[in-house]
Every structure is written in structure tokens, then in C-alpha cells.
Design a protein around this ligand. Structure first.
Ligand code: GMT
Length: 402
């Protein structure tokens, strides 16, 4: 028998768990693979890593750059994926260097779990990394994949990607979806031969450090103006033209819309000009202290065609502002229609404008909805409630044989 090559075994023990099994004593080494740029999934993955680190777990982010909002802590590490360009290849590839980076981190730190956000390319790379670990006799982590929407509602419709998405989901040791709606879409579109756990996104509002008055002064608007806010990366799925059309249906000169964007607004400028609403639109890009701006606003507006969850919506609710949003995907799981927001059909700009006018004229109701928004967001989607669900899920996955 050749003893020099020992196949790594999948661990059945719960790493570092003490007999009391309590959350506080259960320390894991967790790799987090995510897109670091602005976007709901990056925010969720970053905040999850930070919250897990606060609980004492060792966190290793693996990505092409350090996540936008990453806090410095001694148990948070960042490992950069280096991507080289070769004239030989027309398109640079990210999946292969990511797989190599995951294997290298694993070799050094012996992670228990690699939690990837997005099936492609992240779960695909993690699964490939495990194959390399097996060959290199490196102990292998379990792979947990969180689906955020785009994998399923956009990429899986591409027949050039479908099979690799399905494979990556089916071969992960655990798969979570950020809403019941996304789980249902995944079961319908992918038909995976495996269970999917719903773990909602979470958000804990930061302290307000600048007053409403100060922020409004910086935006050059009056305290008495009615300020709506929209946060997104402006992708086509957000239906920005609908948002602008709603603005054009509000003749009140006191009405303004603040867009906190993670994307380029240039392509929408001709429509702003055509609708004659340039004096009503305020743009800000790559803002970190979003809470100060939401706090200074009166309402949020979200017109997306698809939204597996709607992080911008949750952020708005969490700072105590009601939202007007589309009845799309997981949004009805986040917004309590008629209580902390009002939902309308996708594309129903007149309906949005009508709801907006009604709330502009009924500040008492708006305030009441804002209070309900904060309560619901903080009770249902706070880190205290959601992060332990991930820890429990990791425990379950680690205790499974496969
Ligand atoms: O919506 C986007 O353009 C960004 C995308 C992302 O990857 O961050 O958002 C998706 O994941 C978020 C976090 O789970 C969800 O809140 C968004 O609803 C989801 N976007 C879509 O489903 C279109």
C-alpha cells in the first residue's frame, strides 16, 4: 500500500466546537468569495464577514480587490486574486486564478467553509479548487453557495451558462437563497436535485453622523423640500427611465429626487433633458455613509423589473423611511404593502406618481409608515437575527457526511 499519498477525508467533526455547543464558543475559519464592488451581494457578503468576525470567527475574503466597506479587524484577512492578461487569449479569465487563490488560502489556513456569493463563477471556482486540493492532499473545506438572483433570473437563461450554473449549485455542499421568491425561481428554472435554504439578507443601520439639515444644505435643497431617494447600480433591471418618468409626473417645485448610484448615469442624461427634470435630480456616486442621506430623505423609490430581495429597499426601510416599490421578485417579502410602503406593478409609473402625491399630501401617514419600516426592518432583517442562521447552517453542513 502506498502510504505517501493519503486522500484527504471530509471532516465529520464540528471544528473548534466546545461541549456546550454555544454560538460564542463555536469558532470557524471561513473563506468568503464575493464581488467587492458596490452592489447588494457585495454588501451582504462584507457585512456577513464583519459580523462573523465580531463573533470571533476567522474570516478570509478572497476577491480581486478588497470589499468596498470592509472594516479592519485582526481576524479579517483579505487575499487578492491576481489576474494576468495574455495576448494569446482574447478574453481574460477570472475563474481559474480564483480557483488557484482559493486553493492557496486553503493550503495555508485550512478553512472549514468557503462561502461563495454567486454560483458562477464563484462556486465553480471553489469546486475546481477542491479538486486541486484533493490532488495536492490538502484538507478540503465545505462549499456554501448563496444565490443572489442574477445567476438565476439572468445568467441561467443563457444556454451557454445553464449547465455550469446547475452543476455549481448541485455540487455545493449547501445552497442558500436570499428570498422565498428566489428559491422558487431556482427550483423552477434550474430544477436542482438538492434542497435550498432561505436565509434573508440583513442590514443594521449605522449611526447618523450628519444632521438632516446639514446633508440637505450640502445638496443645496431646503429643509422644507420633499426629498425622495433611490439607491442602485442603475443596471437596466432597475428601470431608471421609469424612475425619471415618475419624477416628471410630480409638478410640485419642492419635489427632488436624490440618486445614490453605484453606476454611471451618463446614458440617462438625454431622458432627463427631454423630460425637463434636470432641476429636480441630484446625483451622488459611491457614497459610503448612505445612512446620513437616507435619513435626510422623506421616502424611497424603487422601480426594478426584477429584484431577488432589494438591498437598497431594506437600507431605506432600516433608516425609517417608507418606500414605493414594484411588486417584483422578493420585494413583497421585504416591504409590507400598505404598512411600510406601497407596491405597484412593474412599469406602472402613473400608479407610483399617484401613491407619491398621496403621501406627499399626508405627512402623518408617511411618518407612521416610516416608523413601521424601521420596526419591521430591524426586527425581521437585523444582523442579530440573520447571522446566527448562517452559523447554524454552517454547523449543519459541516456535520453532514457528504
Ligand atoms: O441588483 C443588482 O444589480 C446587484 C445584485 C448584486 O449582485 O448585488 O443584486 C442582487 O443581490 C442583492 C443581494 O442579495 C439583492 O438585494 C438584489 O435584489 C439582487 N438583484 C436582483 O435580483 C436584480
Amino acid at each position: 500500500m502506498n502510504l505517501s499519498y493519503k486522500l484527504p477525508t471530509t471532516r465529520l467533526h464540528l471544528p473548534s466546537a466546545r461541549a456546550d455547543g454555544g454560538q460564542a464558543s463555536y469558532k470557524l475559519k471561513i473563506g468568503i468569495v464575493c464581488y467587492p464592488s458596490i452592489g447588494g451581494s457585495g454588501i451582504v457578503a462584507t457585512n456577513l464577514g464583519v459580523e462573523l468576525a465580531k463573533l470571533g470567527h476567522q474570516i478570509h475574503f478572497i476577491s480581486y480587490e478588497s470589499p468596498f466597506l470592509l472594516e479592519k479587524r485582526k481576524n479579517i484577512h483579505f487575499h487578492k486574486v491576481n489576474i494576468n492578461k495574455y495576448d494569446l487569449f482574447k478574453y481574460p479569465d477570472y475563474t481559474l486564478p480564483l480557483a488557484v487563490a482559493i486553493e492557496a488560502v486553503q493550503k495555508k489556513y485550512k478553512l472549514d467553509i468557503v462561502h461563495v456569493h454567486y454560483a458562477v463563477p464563484h462556486a465553480t471556482a471553489a469546486l475546481l479548487a477542491r479538486r486541486i486540493m484533493r490532488t495536492n492532499n490538502v484538507p478540503m473545506p465545505k462549499i456554501v453557495t448563496t444565490l443572489h438572483g442574477t445567476d438565476i433570473t439572468l445568467l441561467a437563461r443563457d444556454k451557454n451558462l445553464f449547465e455550469v450554473i446547475k452543476y455549481s449549485i448541485e455540487r455545493s455542499h449547501g445552497v442558500t437563497a436570499v428570498s422565498e421568491s428566489l428559491k422558487a425561481d431556482t427550483l423552477k428554472i434550474i430544477k436542482p436535485q438538492r434542497p435550498i435554504e432561505v436565509i434573508y439578507n440583513f442590514y443594521s443601520p449605522a449611526a447618523i453622523t450628519k444632521s438632516r439639515h446639514l446633508i440637505r444644505k450640502g445638496l443645496e435643497i431646503k429643509d422644507s423640500d420633499f426629498l425622495a431617494i433611490h439607491l442602485s447600480n442603475l443596471r437596466p433591471v432597475k428601470r431608471i427611465p421609469d424612475l425619471l418618468k415618475i419624477v416628471s409626473l410630480i409638478p410640485d417645485s419642492k419635489f427632488k429626487l436624490l440618486i445614490l448610484s453605484g453606476g454611471d448615469f451618463t446614458s440617462f442624461k438625454p431622458l432627463v433633458k427631454k423630460l425637463g427634470i434636470a432641476n429636480k435630480i441630484i446625483l451622488k456616486q459611491s457614497i459610503k455613509d448612505i445612512g446620513n442621506y437616507i435619513n435626510a430623505a422623506d421616502i424611497g423609490i424603487y422601480t426594478s423589473a426584477e429584484e431577488s430581495f432589494g438591498m437598497g429597499i431594506l437600507e431605506t426601510l432600516a433608516y425609517g423611511k417608507a418606500v414605493l416599490a414594484t411588486k417584483a421578485g422578493g420585494v413583497p417579502e421585504v416591504v409590507n404593502d400598505g404598512i411600510d410602503g406601497i407596491l405597484a406593478r412593474v412599469g406602472d409609473v402613473k400608479g407610483f406618481a399617484k401613491n407619491l402625491k398621496m403621501l406627499m399630501n399626508n405627512r402623518r401617514l408617511l411618518e407612521q409608515m416610516g416608523k413601521a419600516a424601521k420596526k419591521s426592518a430591524c426586527e425581521k432583517f437585523c444582523s442579530k437575527k440573520i447571522v446566527p442562521q448562517y452559523v447554524e447552517y454552517y454547523k449543519t453542513i459541516l456535520s453532514e457526511k457528504k
